[in-house]
Design a protein around this ligand. Structure first.
Ligand SMILES: [Zn+2]
Length: 166
């Protein structure tokens, strides 16, 4: 268990443990550790279930914390986001909203780019050129562009494993 803004440790600690203990199913075999008290990124839960699970843990993560939920493109249903924000307001101190806002300037696609072994690519035209697309992921507490500043392997695997909560 760890809790740190040093997000590369999600890769490093898992790699070191796999070298020492071998590939353990659902622990070291997935190439990343889940940081801190965050709900397993692979589990399909609602934003409300995720917040209820995580809300009591920031007290123990006194070095800093963030809650976040994953969404597909939500411009057609902003009321759903408002419902989550209203629910979170009296329960958690810091909430990130991870919505699909990737954009391809080659074909005009807007939404979620596909994760690949080489990075992210446009699901419509296959574009992987960082100069003609904008890919935005929450790599730690902050949003980053993994096409312009690539992540370590384990971090990429963790983001690729995330499921939407709506
Ligand atoms: Zn495209």
């Amino acid at each position: 268990m760890y809790s740190t803004p040093s997000e590369s440790l999600t890769d490093r600690f898992c790699r070191l443990d796999r070298q020492r203990f071998g590939a353990i199913e659902n622990i070291t075999d997935k190439d990343y550790y889940t940081n801190s008290y965050h709900y397993d990124v692979r589990k399909k839960v609602t934003p409300f279930q995720k917040l209820d699970f995580e809300k009591d843990y920031p007290f123990y993560a006194s070095g800093g914390f963030i809650h976040y939920c994953e969404y597909p493109k939500m411009t057609h249903n902003l009321q759903a986001l408002e419902a989550v924000w209203d629910y979170a307001y009296d329960r958690v101190g810091y909430l990130g909203t991870n919505a699909a806002i990737d954009r391809c300037f080659e074909c005009g696609f807007e939404g979620e780019f596909n994760p690949t072994a080489a990075g992210f690519c446009c699901p419509d035209c296959g574009n992987t050129d960082p100069e003609t697309c904008d890919v935005v992921k929450r790599t730690c507490g902050y949003l980053g562009n993994p096409m312009k500043r690539p992540m370590v392997h384990g971090r990429h695997e963790e983001i690729a494993s995330r499921v939407n909560h709506i």
